[in-house]
Design a protein around this ligand. Sequence first.
Ligand SMILES: CC(C)(COP(=O)(O)OP(=O)(O)OC[C@H]1O[C@@H](n2cnc3c(N)ncnc32)[C@H](O)[C@@H]1OP(=O)(O)O)[C@@H](O)C(=O)NCCC(=O)NCCS
Length: 141
Amino acid sequence: MLKIVPLSAENTAAAAELSAKCLKEAWSESTLAAQLKNPHDHTVIAYADGVAAGFLSVWCVAGEAEINNICVLPEYRRQGIAKTMLAHAAQELTEAGRWVLEVRESNAAAIALYESLGFQKAGLRKNFYDSPTENALIMAK
Ligand SMILES: CC(C)(COP(=O)(O)OP(=O)(O)OC[C@H]1O[C@@H](n2cnc3c(N)ncnc32)[C@H](O)[C@@H]1OP(=O)(O)O)[C@@H](O)C(=O)NCCC(=O)NCCS
């Protein structure tokens, strides 16, 4: 069973642990804890049968929702967890008229995810990422 819960002081450690298993630039427990003080932050954790399997961070400011990060543990991918977290955020953030994100040009899985949800390519930031240097695709809907 999949359960989506807000980030809280009780689950920042679990979120940091899963982020370290999923992301090259993992979010530390202190980075996640800082989100708790940000009134614009909407971070959720997806628990699959009690296991913290995914997290999504969105900031929503002045009607624009920016997806900061999303990840799912490798062994839980292609089960609709990312899609479910994004659908949950869309339901919660009814004030968001526009959604935007940046993604590495080579990140085919994430680009396919966003395209499956109706995001379109909206621009490019040249050499935006380090290690390795890579363009960021801006996607929006
Ligand atoms: C991108 C990521 C979050 C997707 O998570 P996920 O839970 O596997 O995604 P979902 O199962 O919800 O996928 C929904 C749809 O997205 C697309 N998709 C997701 N992963 C895909 C892949 N590897 N290849 C092609 N399409 C993919 C498909 O259309 C999929 O629907 P389908 O499975 O019915 O075909 C996951 O691969 C991940 O954690 N990657 C590492 C972190 C990362 O790159 N984050 C993005 C930062 S911008």
